[in-house]
Design a protein around this ligand. Structure first.
Ligand SMILES: O=C(O)CCC(=O)C(=O)O
Length: 377
């Protein structure tokens, strides 16, 4: 990972680069009946979208819903049975699903509405304006796509805007300053609220895992946060394309805000793709690879993908929260002592991220890099 001085003389880190690709939003404005070959998936990839998909099967379980007010709201809560039941739900969801929706999360509704409006407006900016915020060849922050490493690689049917938001010294201030003013303000507020929420959930996870709470705080205070805004335009051949290739997230916790009611997010559960239906006022939380590592494999990061459809556009914002830059990433020492085995090795966080962003997305394959050799299955 390269570290360099920006003009305003603070250190920034270059987490990676991605080949520059055309805007799908612009492409989708043309009267297309077929999508260009670069977006057409192999049979087995697109096949997995339709044939494994049990959306309408009433027996398909739906992702757990956690009521955060039962965990966070009252001081005396921890001794109550409501608290223990909810904590147990969180623990089970994190072990068995790696995904859950949170309700009563305490994020101000008007902030969510204002931020949504600004993100929708942002994607509506004319292309000449967006060009000023496009990725550069040596860094993947800005508008574009991530994880594009070759000209032959299949592309996702989406555009995104990606930015490191916290800690402030890692933020590319030149990019941030170019954002429309209201979006910048709302993004600042949203990013702070997401950090608070992530820390609160991590605190509860420490309790559920019976991990040393101080160790969790030590690892994640001042953590690295990045935000990815996704736009999925309607697609003339949705059965042949993917909005987002299957992947697990490299961070510890992702908080996903689905901005409109168009469905698209699917997670792989017991070999089947299960749709996560947007629930009004809820946020989707998922375990990332860092949390799988820190929990010594107790919690699982889960493969997910986004599908597209022919009629409706879809918007989402993912906030990724990771441990802090000083961290050596590895299983929590308090858990290794308890489990009497370390299931993952230790690497500096920088090295871990550098490896992640240098490759094409491929399910959960990157986690193998972190497994202790004898544990690779
Ligand atoms: O848009 C979605 O539902 C998925 C987004 C996602 O997986 C991501 O941004 O990492």
């Amino acid at each position: 990972m390269e570290t360099h001085k920006e003009e305003d003389d603070h250190e920034t880190v270059n987490f990676g680069r991605s080949l520059i690709v055309p805007s799908v939003q612009e492409l989708a404005k043309q009267p297309l009946t077929k999508i260009p070959l670069r977006y057409v998936r192999q049979f087995h990839e697109s096949h997995s979208l339709s044939d494994d998909d049990d959306d309408d099967d009433p027996l398909t379980p739906s992702v757990p819903i956690i009521d955060l007010s039962n965990l966070l709201e009252t001081d005396s809560a921890e001794s109550s049975s409501t608290y223990s039941i909810e904590l147990n739900k969180l623990h089970t969801a994190s072990k068995q699903w790696g995904f859950f929706q949170v309700i009563n999360h305490g994020i101000n509704e008007s902030l969510l509405e204002d931020f949504k409006r600004e993100v929708l407006n942002f994607f509506k900016l004319p292309m000449e304006e967006k060009q000023k915020l496009w990725q550069e060849e040596d860094n993947h922050e800005g508008f574009g796509q991530l994880f594009v490493v070759s000209e032959e690689q299949k592309l996702d049917w989406s555009d995104m805007f990606y930015i490191t938001t916290l800690p402030h010294n890692l933020r590319k201030s030149q990019l941030f300053q170019k954002l429309p003013l209201i979006l910048r303000d709302k993004l600042e507020d949203y990013s702070k609220e997401m950090r608070k929420l992530a820390m609160a959930i991590l605190g509860q996870m420490a309790k559920a895992l019976e991990m040393d709470g101080d160790e969790m705080r030590e690892l994640f205070h001042d953590g690295v946060q990045s935000i990815r805004m996704n736009y999925y335009p309607p697609c003339p051949e949705p059965e042949l394309a993917l909005g987002f290739s299957p992947h697990s997230d490299a961070d510890a916790l992702t908080i996903l805000y689905q901005l409109n009611e168009t469905e698209g997010l699917r997670i792989r559960k017991d070999g089947k793709w299960v749709a996560i239906k947007p629930l009004p006022h809820a946020l989707v939380v998922n375990i990332g690879d860092i949390m799988e590592i820190v929990s010594n494999g107790v919690y699982k990061s889960i493969e997910h993908q986004a599908t597209v459809n022919s009629n409706n556009e879809r918007f989402s914002v993912a906030t990724f929260y990771s441990s802090n830059m000083g961290t050596e990433l590895g299983p929590a020492r308090s858990l290794v002592a308890k489990h009497k085995v370390a299931n993952f090795r230790r690497v500096p966080l920088e090295e871990y991220f550098k490896g992640f962003f240098a490759q094409k997305l491929n399910g959960k394959s990157y986690l193998d890099f972190m497994k202790c050799q004898e544990n690779i299955t």
